[in-house]
Design a protein around this ligand. Structure first.
Ligand code: SF4
Ligand code: SF4
Length: 408
């Protein structure tokens, strides 16, 4: 298939941005060394340099077809390549701009379209997702094992508790996280409260938009972003200091709001403000203060799985681990900690074979030193790893929460 991209497109803001990102690449190939799909498949076109080449070929009016779509689909958007790249190539931004273009030019089979539509129609909507989970749990024993392991256990929610403080921050309610692991946000409220910060919850906010964004549905992602901005505007004007997202995948998406709504005169400024102040809990919490208020028993061994969105997306590697160590947990060594677990949003549903190979590698690395629990920082990773891990898998805030030593 031939695709024409006019000079007009190449001169447009998106075209100019894509060209500038591609020009930064010096084709050194260092990125291939840390790319999980290149490591698994050994094909240049399943590594970042090859994918940049495919996108460049598309824009240079070469052919764009099923092969381009397949190799871009196999990318986890884990951004490990960005951490490795010596030239600072913004690969993930290039990919997010390229995906909708490929979507427009290359047909998908009906089954793929249905799968993608179902994911977008169910996952970001808490009520629909809850209903699906309730049905799946009811028939779980009858499901084939590959489907059964996708159904997470149900969790009894604990009501979040907070006092009124002058320091206030907005807490992203989110979608799947609140359904599958409602106690993550409850733990965040309690721990922030202990540090004198009131987390504010806004029921009218919802999905951050990442599910749609990574499936190439930009308009839908923009609609989620606008809805969240509207829900938070009053609190932002009243002086809320940050937007806290307990799941690092959502935090990275909130960081993208400035790019996502840059062309919208009504929302661009507020979107930029949110991207500036979005924070992971590990950036806000003070490890020393945590260590005074919470105390783990000696020899409480934890394996920490650092999500790609935490280390490569937000660039806050090591901060959550510092909080856990300050509380007294012993952290095991986890080999190849820079590699993705295969969750990657909807990737585990759309690319199950690659996702499961990465999952098995990750679980083996996490379990090697026999931890008592596995801690992570993103709901997608948590659900994916708990499918095959023996120890309990929790968000790191949930791991800390039960170890309160009493009011200071
Ligand atoms: S993306 Fe970066 S690391 Fe990869 S080939 Fe280009 S310059 Fe080299
Ligand atoms: S984002 Fe991850 S999977 Fe995609 S090219 Fe970069 S390292 Fe490879």
């Amino acid at each position: 298939m031939r695709a024409k991209f006019s000079q007009e497109f190449l001169a447009s803001p998106d075209g100019a941005e894509m060209t500038s990102i591609m020009r930064a690449c010096v084709h050194c190939g260092f990125c291939n060394a840390t790319c999980p799909t290149y490591q698994l498949l050994g094909d240049e076109l399943d590594g970042p340099r090859g994918r940049i080449y495919l996108i460049k070929s598309m824009l240079d009016e070469a052919s764009v077809g099923k092969a381009t779509q397949t190799h871009l689909d196999r990318c986890l958007t884990c951004r490990s390549c960005e951490t490795t790249c010596p030239s600072g190539v913004r690969y993930s931004r290039l990919l997010e701009l390229a995906r909708p273009m490929v979507e427009e030019k290359v047909d998908r089979g009906s089954w793929e379209l249905i799968q993608r539509w179902l994911i977008r129609a169910i996952v970001p909507h808490r009520r629909r997702f809850n209903l699906l989970m309730a049905l799946a749990r009811a028939v779980k024993p009858l499901l084939p094992s590959a489907v059964r392991e996708l159904v997470p256990p149900s969790v009894a929610p604990v009501a979040p508790v907070t006092d009124i403080h002058s320091r206030k921050m907005i807490l992203l309610d989110g979608c799947v996280q609140q359904s599958v692991a409602p106690n993550i946000n409850a733990a965040a409220c309690e721990i922030f409260n202990q540090q004198g910060i009131q987390l504010l919850s806004f029921p009218k906010s919802g999905c951050c938009g990442a599910v749609s964004y990574h499936l190439g549905e930009l308009a839908e992602a923009q609609a989620y972003a606008r809805s969240n901005i509207d829900a938070w505007s009053t609190a932002l004007e009243a002086g809320a200091q940050a937007v806290v997202a307990a799941s690092t995948g959502c935090a990275v998406m909130l960081k993208e709001y400035s790019d996502l709504l840059a062309g919208d005169p009504l929302y661009a400024d507020r979107a930029s403000r949110i991207s500036e102040i979005v924070s992971d809990p590990s950036e806000v919490l003070d490890p020393q203060a945590l260590g005074r208020a919470y105390r783990a028993q000696s020899n409480h061994r934890i394996a920490f799985h650092a999500p790609c969105t935490m280390q490569h997306g937000l660039g806050v590697a090591g901060k959550a681990e510092a909080c856990l160590r300050a509380v007294g947990f012993e952290l095991t060594d986890v080999a190849d900690g820079h590699l993705c677990c295969g969750s990657a949003g909807s990737y585990s549903l759309l690319q199950p074979e690659l996702a499961n190979r990465l999952l098995d590698q990750k679980v083996a690395a996490l379990e090697r030193d026999r931890p008592m629990q596995i801690a992570t920082a993103n709901i997608g990773c948590l659900m994916h790893v708990q499918r095959r891990a023996d120890p309990e898998v929790l968000h790191w805030l949930e791991v800390i929460r039960p170890h309160r030593v009493g009011p200071e």
